[in-house]
Design a protein around this ligand. Structure first.
Ligand code: PGA
Length: 239
């Protein structure tokens, strides 16, 4: 696991862009994508690059990490909406090549199976990740077995509280999600984790400590041979 420490959020995004762009430039890559506030700056740079340099996504495939259960696909805070708003609507991607778990599916078990089969049949070239203040990756909360594959998860109180900033009130935050499991995430060829701000300092310190434990889902990444963690000084402040 390689740590890269940058001055601030903007520099973190620029560094992440360079790495992501190399994969996108191959033309027919498969990207594992993430939501949350952290990747927005990177998505802005990808959109700007598409507009300026005409970088094409025509043959790019994507798989998102997770999606809330219990809100409509069209809800402003669904991850489907988030991805369209921040990336897909601004690039030339073929929406048939875009994959997100369907948190609104009637049969959620069947949906987990469908999504998992897709992941098994496609190799993700680069998986982008954020990290929760509690060390979650995707919505794999502390205690998740490292051999987990796509499943329905209950969000922890901490995650619900952290995500309540996006909703009018905490009671509107979904309490469940469909998420790729940790095993799915580890199957990507390369993993790029971004973290900024003091709120992530404790999780980054624990990740840096190199102790592999299910209490810190992100620590599973130590078992992968190609992981780059890009952080700002605040997120690295306790290391
Ligand atoms: P954030 O979320 O980017 O909004 O901080 C990251 C995460 O919870 O995985």
């Amino acid at each position: 696991m390689k740590f890269i420490v940058k001055e601030n959020y903007e520099e973190v995004c620029k560094e992440a862009f360079k790495i992501m762009k190399e994969v996108v430039d191959k033309g027919n890559s498969t990207l594992g994508l993430a939501t949350g506030s952290t990747p927005i700056g990177l998505y802005n740079l990808l959109v700007e690059d598409h507009k300026t340099n005409h970088t094409s996504y025509k043959n790019i495939k994507t798989f998102n990490l997770d999606e809330y259960v219990g809100i409509a696909k069209s809800h402003y805070e669904s991850y489907d909406s988030f991805m369209k708003r921040n990336l897909f609507s601004h690039i030339d991607i073929n929406m048939d090549n875009v994959n997100l778990p369907r948190g609104y599916a009637e049969d959620l078990e069947q949906e987990c199976k469908r999504y998992n089969e897709l992941l098994e049949n496609n190799t993700v070239d680069i998986q982008l990740l954020g990290i929760g203040a509690n060390g979650h990756i995707g919505f794999n909360e502390p205690g998740t077995p490292f051999d987990s594959v796509t499943y329905i998860t209950n969000l922890t109180e901490k995650t619900i509280k952290d995500n309540s900033r996006f909703f009018d009130s905490i009671s509107e935050v979904p309490t469940k999600a469909i998420t790729m499991g940790i095993k799915n995430i580890l199957q990507a060829k390369k993993i790029l984790l971004l973290a900024t701000g003091k709120n992530k300092a404790e999780a980054i310190k624990r990740l840096h400590d190199n102790v592999i434990t299910e209490d810190l889902p992100a620590s599973a990444l130590h078992m992968h041979k190609d992981v780059i963690v890009i952080v700002d000084k605040d997120a690295y402040s306790l290391v």
